[in-house]
Write a protein of this length. Structure first.
Length: 461
C-alpha cells in the first residue's frame, strides 16, 4: 500500500470507465487549465472500458431528451466532437430520422411458417405507455422506411428529423473518448475501487449547504450524508468537514491492493454508485438487447414501437406456459438501424436480478432476447431473414427518488468528491455535457456552460 502525500500536484481520480467517466476524462484534458505537469488524471475501471450500459446502449441522441438544462448543450457537443474527431467514421455519428410506430405484428405461428428468426417465444410484456400514435395507417409510414412491412402499420408519428435526432455507436464513442484522453496523458487502471479514503479538512468559512432552490422532488428529509458508508476508512457526516485523500483499488489482473493519492475524486460508477457511496439513491434496471445484421441494408431510423401480436395458444413444445403467451398485449421494443448494416433492438427493463458484482457478471436471459427478436421479426422481413449477432443485457443507472429523473452532477458536500451518475436512459446523449461541466467544476470551481443547480447531488444526498 502506497500513499503519496505532500505534493502540490492535483491528483484527479475518476471511478468508472463507462461513457460518463471516459467523456469526463476527455473534457478534463481539453480544459484550458489542464497541465499534465501539474495534474494527473487516472480512470479506474473495475472490468473493462464500456463493459456496462455504455457499451450496450442504443445510442439515440435527441433534442427532446431530458433533463432540458443539459440536453441542448450535450446535443451540440456531440455534433462538435463528431466534427473534430471524425465521429462519422470513428463512432457512427449521423443524423437519424426518429418515429413512433404502432403495428399489428405477425403471430408466432405465421413466423414459424415463414422461417428465419421465427421459432422463438412471443413473450408479451406490458407495453410502455408511450405517446399514442395519431396518424393512421400505412400511408403515414415514410417512404424510405421500407424495411417495415407497411400492411401491418396502424399509425406512425414523426419524432425527429435531421435537426432533432442523431445517433452514435455508444461502445465506439466511449472507446474513442478514452483513447483521446489517454493521448493527452490520462492513465487507465483496470481494477475495482474498494474505498475512497478521507482526511479531516481545514475548517471552511462556507457552510456546506445545497443551493436554495425548489426542493419539491425530495421524498423526505435529506439522509445524513455518507454516515452509513461501510467501506472502513470512510465515515463522514454533514457536520464533519472531510476531504478526499486517496483511493484504494484491487488490481484486476494481479489482485494486489493499491492506494493512490487523490485530491479530486469523481464517482462515475453508474448503477454501482451506491456500493461505494451507500447514501446515493442510485439503483440499476436490467435491460436486454440484441444486434442483427439485416438481410439487406436498411435506411437510418430510430423507432419507438407499440406492436400488438396475435395471441398464440400454448402448445406442448411451447417455451413458456404463463398467461402472458395467450394475451395480445402490446410490446414496445426500440429499433435502431446503425451505419454498419446493423440493427440494434432493446426491450423494456426488469428488476428480476439485482445489480451483480461487476459488469462481467451480468446475467443474460436468452428468452428475453429471443422475445425481442420475435417481436421485431413480426413487423420486418429484413430482420426476420437477418442474422442475430449479439444477445446481451446491462443495467441502466436510475435515481430512486420520486420526482427527480437524474442525473446527479456536481459536488457531494465532501471536499474533493464529485459525482456524475444516475443518467438513466439518456446517458449517451448527456455524457458530453456531463464531462464538460465536471471539468469546469474541477478547474473553474463551478459549472459554467449550463445552469445545473437542479442536478446538484447535495440536494438529495
Ligand atoms: C438497453 C439500453 C439502451 C439505452 N439506450 C440509450 C440511448 O439510446 N441513448 C442514451 O442517451 N442513453 C441510452 N441508455 C442509457 C445509457 O446507456 C446510460 O445512461 C449510460 O451508459 C450510463 O453510463 P455510466 O458511465 O454512468 O454507467 P456504466 O456504463 O454502467 O459505467 C459504469 C462503470 O463503472 C464501473 N465501476 C463500477 N463500480 C466500480 C468500482 N468499484 N471500481 C471501478 N469501476 C467501477 C463499471 O465497471 C462500469 O464500467 C440506454 C441504456 C440501456 C440499458
Amino acid at each position: 500500500m502506497t500513499v503519496m502525500e505532500g505534493t502540490d500536484r492535483q491528483e484527479i481520480v475518476i471511478i468508472g470507465g463507462g461513457i460518463i467517466g471516459c467523456t469526463t476524462a476527455y473534457y478534463l484534458t481539453r480544459h484550458p487549465a489542464y497541465d499534465p505537469s501539474k495534474h494527473s488524471i487516472t480512470v479506474i475501471e473495475a472490468t473493462r472500458i464500456a463493459g456496462g450500459a455504455s457499451g450496450k446502449a442504443g445510442g439515440l441522441l435527441a433534442v427532446w431528451a431530458y433533463p432540458n438544462n443539459i440536453v441542448p448543450l450535450s446535443f451540440k457537443l456531440h455534433q462538435d466532437l463528431a466534427q473534430e474527431h471524425g465521429g462519422e467514421e470513428n463512432w457512427g455519428y449521423r443524423k437519424v430520422s426518429c418515429g413512433n410506430l404502432e403495428a399489428t405484428g405477425r403471430g408466432r405461428n405465421e413466423l414459424e411458417r415463414l422461417g428465419g428468426q421465427a421459432g422463438m417465444s412471443l413473450g408479451k410484456r406490458s407495453g410502455e405507455k408511450g405517446r399514442k400514435v395519431t396518424n393512421g395507417g400505412r400511408s403515414a409510414l415514410p417512404k424510405d422506411l421500407d424495411w417495415i412491412l407497411p400492411d401491418l402499420i396502424k399509425g406512425y408519428e414523426k419524432m425527429g428529423g435531421s435537426k432533432e435526432t442523431a445517433q452514435v455507436h455508444p461502445y465506439q464513442f466511449t472507446m474513442a473518448m478514452i483513447r483521446l484522453a489517454e493521448e493527452q496523458g490520462v492513465k487507465v487502471i483496470i481494477g475495482s475501487v474498494q474505498a475512497i479514503n478521507y482526511a479531516e479538512a481545514s475548517p471552511s468559512p462556507t457552510p456546506i449547504t445545497p443551493p436554495a432552490e425548489d426542493n419539491s422532488y425530495l421524498s423526505g428529509p435529506p439522509s445524513p450524508a455518507l454516515s452509513s458508508v461501510s467501506l472502513g476508512s470512510f465515515s463522514s457526516g454533514r457536520s464533519t468537514r472531510r476531504k478526499v485523500k486517496s483511493v484504494t483499488y484491487k488490481d484486476r489482473e494481479t489482485e494486489e491492493i493499491h492506494t493512490i493519492p487523490s485530491t479530486t475524486t469523481i464517482l462515475a460508477a453508474g448503477p454501482w454508485t451506491s456500493k461505494l457511496y451507500p447514501s446515493a439513491p442510485i439503483s440499476g434496471l436490467r435491460a436486454h438487447s440484441v444486434t442483427i445484421t439485416p438481410a439487406s441494408p436498411v435506411s437510418a431510423y430510430a423507432l419507438f414501437t407499440e406492436i400488438t401480436i396475435p395471441p398464440t395458444p400454448p402448445s406442448p413444445s411451447y417455451r413458456y406456459h404463463s398467461s402472458r403467451n395467450i394475451q395480445a398485449e402490446p410490446v414496445s421494443p426500440e429499433i435502431y438501424s446503425r451505419p454498419n448494416n446493423e440493427i440494434y433492438v432493446c426491450g423494456e427493463g426488469d428488476m428480476e436480478v439485482e445489480v451483480p458484482e461487476t459488469t462481467a457478471d451480468v446475467e443474460v436471459d436468452e428468452n428475453r432476447c429471443d422475445d425481442l427478436i420475435a417481436q421485431v421479426s413480426s413487423i420486418s422481413d429484413h430482420i426476420r431473414l437477418g442474422r442475430v449477432t449479439r444477445k446481451q443485457a446491462c443495467y441502466l443507472p436510475i435515481l430512486s427518488v420520486g420526482g427527480h429523473g437524474g442525473p446527479l452532477i456536481g459536488e457531494t458536500g465532501t471536499e474533493g468528491l464529485l459525482m456524475a451518475t444516475g443518467h438513466s436512459c439518456w446517458g449517451i446523449n448527456n455524457a458530453p455535457a456531463t464531462g464538460k461541466l465536471i471539468s469546469e467544476m474541477v478547474f473553474d470551481g463551478k459549472a459554467i456552460s449550463a445552469d445545473i443547480g437542479q442536478l446538484d447531488p447535495r440536494r438529495i444526498l
